[in-house]
Write a protein that binds this ligand. Sequence first.
Ligand code: ATP
Length: 306
Amino acid sequence: MQPDISVKNLNKVYEGGFQALKNINLEINRGEIFALLGPNGAGKTTMISIICGITNLSSGEVKAGGYDIIKEYRKARETIGLVPQELNTDSFETVWKAVSFSRGLFGKAPNPAHIEKVLRELSLWDKRNNRIMTLSGGMKRRLMIAKALSHEPRILFLDEPTAGVDVELRRDMWEMVRKLREDGVTIILTTHYIEEAEEMADRIGVIRQGEIILVEEKSQLMSKLGKKELRLQLQNKLDRIPGELTLEPVELSEDGYELIYTFDSQQEQAGVARLLRTLGDIGIDYRDLRTRESSLEEIFVGLVHD
Ligand SMILES: Nc1ncnc2c1ncn2[C@@H]1O[C@H](COP(=O)(O)OP(=O)(O)OP(=O)(O)O)[C@@H](O)[C@H]1O
């Protein structure tokens, strides 16, 4: 199957000589939710802007919906809806007019039924005759999405979609993005909230200093790079790790009441069984035991700050 977005050997050098993107290769499949993670200044917005035709590329080839973004700009652009970071929507216009106008910009014939559907899905239907300036911040954000969806794009870019929104709206937006995916829309989002990627993404790409350093299915990423931790609360305090355990990846908590055993998520559980057996053999009792898996956040921090 042809990917919805295809980026080949993409480079971006800004005027002044700063290279913001270095030989990016990436394919995004139809109907997936792809999260692009990276620290500030890594190149996320630059990449999105190039794919959407807002910024020129320096070299390489980019296709959206199968169309070359330079040679077939209009067709490529038509396949894309972009929800930018900035909310630049303070106006006297009504919600309905603003969304209808956005559709017109793409040269598409009016389709009130589609606009109604979009407004209803984004819980903006009741506000359709309200002026934009009277909307709350959260509603303005929904409006940005409605505008991006007005021309029925098959690809939706969300640049930091939930930055600064409250928890409830964030959950609503996640729900909405999932619904869009069910409708077959391909979704690419950049986010600083690792939780967002963890919750929603099918695949995750990590970008650092203009380079894609990893692209992986979320589940594989978690199991490949994730760590598990077993914490044993001891019946009696230990002053140091017993000699029988020195070869194991075990640490003792500062207060001496907890043994912490760390192992790879993929590793089989034999190590745990061996540890518990050894503890039994040398007479160390424990009151409780807990396991914990590392979060995507810990994996991400490990990747970008080494
Ligand atoms: N017009 C420009 N001219 C020169 N350098 C630029 C320009 N725009 C961006 N840059 C630089 O390119 C790099 C990538 O910026 P970009 O905005 O793509 O990062 P980002 O990953 O989106 O960051 P953030 O998460 O902070 O939005 C940064 O070092 C930035 O300073």
